[in-house]
Design a binder for this molecule. Structure first.
Ligand SMILES: [Zn+2]
Length: 147
């Protein structure tokens, strides 16, 4: 995986994923052993585990602040991930790991950022402050200057 992604990789999972694997029985015992070696990230379902796909999706809340990649063969999860801009998706086809091309949602998001459509609240505040300092009226407001 580090070779494929050309960088340091931290493999991680959640307790919900491990619990689901446990519930699926002996056939997935090997997968469970491998996953147990991964770093276990805290999810918000400590007391009541949820399905793995639901848990992983919840880890991407608030714009994927931890910059997770998702590796999954689950169609439902993949579809959900593609709706969140900036979440790379990995899956396996014929024993080969594939990094999916950026989703249309990610591409649109990047284009919007590049064209300056997205301004964070902090940036907006700075712009307003600068406008005020320069004596430029906020959008839509009229300013009367008496000399
Ligand atoms: Zn969870």
């Amino acid at each position: 995986m580090p070779k494929y992604l050309m960088g340091e990789v931290q493999l991680c999972t959640t307790n919900c994923v491990l619990k689901e694997l446990e519930s699926l029985g002996k056939e997935l015992y090997g997968a469970k052993i491998i996953l147990q070696r991964f770093q276990i990230r805290n999810c918000s379902h400590f007391k009541n585990p949820v399905p793995a796909s639901q848990c992983l999706e919840s880890m991407l809340d608030a714009g994927n602040p931890h910059h997770y990649f998702i590796a999954s063969q689950d169609h439902e999860l993949s579809t959900a991930v593609k709706k969140i801009p900036g979440v790379p998706l990995l899956y396996i086809i014929l024993n080969t790991i594939v990094l999916d091309k950026p989703s249309p949602r990610s591409v649109t998001h990047v284009q919007a950022v590049q064209s300056g459509e997205f301004v964070t609240p902090a940036q907006q505040q700075n712009i307003s402050k600068l406008k005020e300092e320069q004596g430029i009226a906020p959008d839509g407001a009229k300013r009367v200057i008496c000399t």
